[in-house]
Design a protein around this ligand. Structure first.
Ligand code: ADP
Ligand code: MG
Length: 288
C-alpha cells in the first residue's frame, strides 16, 4: 500500500485499540490464513481464581497455600497471581534455588528437598505417581489443576478457574466467516483446553504443549503454506510469537517497552482482531 494508505490504516487500527509496532504488520495480517491462540490470558482473562485446595499430607491448608505463594513470589504467570492472592507475604516459608520452568511451573528447595509447583505432568516428574481422581475431575470440569510435589509424592493440588475474555466468541465467528483456520495451542491440560475450544466453537485445539511444541506447530503449518498469526499474552511466549508471520499480544500481559509483538491489543475486547484483519485486507486491496 502507499505510505499514506498505511498511515491511515495504522491510525484506524489504533482507534480500535490495536497498536501497530512493526511496519510489516498490516501487510502480513492481510495475508493471514491461520490464527493460532494461546489460551490462558488470551482467550481467557488470565484472572485465575483459587476455588479449591486438596491437601495430600496431614498439613493445614494454610501451610500448603503459603508454600505455593512463596514459590510463586517472582513469577509473572497468571497462575502465580491466583496462588498469591489472599496469602500474607510477611511470614512465607523460606525457599531457595528457585527456578522458573517456562510452560511447566517452578522448582525450588524447601526444607532440604526439591519441590515442584506446576502442571501435574511437570510435578509428577519428581515421583511418577498418577493424578488423583478428584483432580482429574477438576480438569474434566474445565478448571486448571496446579500440583505441588516433592520426591516422595504429591503434597497437594490447587483448583483455579478463569473466565473467557470479552468478545472471544464473536471474534471466533467473525474470523470463521472469512474462511480462516483457527486453533488453540496451550500448555494447560487437554480437557481444559478442549473445553475452552468447545465453548468458543474453535475446531482445532491441543493441550500439554511446551513452548517448543507450540513453536514447532507453527513451523509445520508454515511449511504447509499457511500464513500464521499467533495471538498470545506475551508473558512467556515471545519465541512462539516471533515465529509467526504476524503476532498479536495482549496489552495487559505485555511489558510494552519490551514487546516483541507486531501488534498489541490495548482494548479489552478480542473483536478488535476481526476489525484489524478486515481493515488490513482493505488497505492492501487499495494498491493491488
Ligand atoms: P498456556 O499455554 O495456557 O498459556 P503456559 O504454557 O503458560 O500455559 O503453562 C502451561 C502449564 O504449565 C499451565 O497450565 C500450568 O499448569 C503450568 N505452569 C506454568 N507456569 C506456572 C507457574 N508459574 N506456576 C504454576 N504452574 C505453572
Ligand atoms: Mg501463556
Amino acid at each position: 500500500a502507499t505510505p499514506a494508505a498505511m498511515t491511515v490504516s495504522i491510525g484506524a487500527l489504533a482507534s480500535r485499540g490495536l497498536l501497530v509496532t512493526r511496519g510489516h504488520a498490516i501487510e502480513a495480517l492481510a495475508r493471514v490464513t491461520c490464527f493460532a491462540f494461546d489460551k490462558t490470558g488470551t482467550l481467557t482473562q488470565g484472572h485465575m481464581v483459587l476455588k479449591e485446595v486438596y491437601c495430600c499430607r496431614n498439613w493445614p491448608e494454610q501451610r500448603l497455600r503459603e508454600l505455593a505463594a512463596a514459590l510463586e513470589l517472582s513469577s509473572e504467570h497468571p497462575i502465580a497471581a491466583g496462588l498469591r492472592a489472599g496469602v500474607g507475604q510477611e511470614k512465607l516459608p523460606r525457599v531457595t534455588e528457585l527456578r522458573v520452568r517456562t510452560g511447566a511451573g517452578v522448582e525450588a528447595c524447601f526444607e532440604g528437598e526439591v519441590v515442584r509447583l506446576g502442571s501435574p505432568h511437570f510435578s509428577a516428574g519428581l515421583h511418577g505417581m498418577p493424578v488423583p481422581e478428584r483432580v482429574a475431575g477438576w480438569q474434566a470440569a474445565g478448571d486448571t489443576a496446579v500440583a505441588l510435589a516433592n520426591g516422595t509424592g504429591w503434597l497437594g493440588f490447587f483448583r483455579l478457574t478463569d473466565s473467557l475474555r470479552d468478545g472471544a466468541g464473536a471474534m471466533v465467528s467473525g474470523l470463521y466467516q472469512h474462511g480462516l483456520r483457527l486453533a488453540v495451542l496451550s500448555g494447560d491440560s487437554t480437557p481444559v483446553v478442549q473445553r475452552v475450544a468447545d465453548e468458543l466453537g474453535i475446531n482445532e485445539s491441543e493441550g500439554e504443549l511446551s513452548p517448543e511444541d507450540k513453536h514447532q506447530r507453527i513451523k509445520d503449518w508454515q511449511r504447509e503454506g499457511m500464513h500464521v498469526a499467533m495471538v498470545g499474552d506475551g508473558v512467556n511466549d515471545a519465541p512462539v510469537l516471533a515465529q509467526a508471520q504476524v503476532s498479536v499480544a495482549m496489552g495487559q500481559g505485555t511489558d510494552l517497552a519490551r514487546t516483541q509483538a507486531d501488534i498489541v491489543l490495548l482494548g479489552q475486547s478480542l473483536t478488535a482482531i476481526v476489525d484489524g484483519f478486515e481493515l488490513s485486507r482493505r488497505t492492501m486491496r487499495i494498491v493491488r
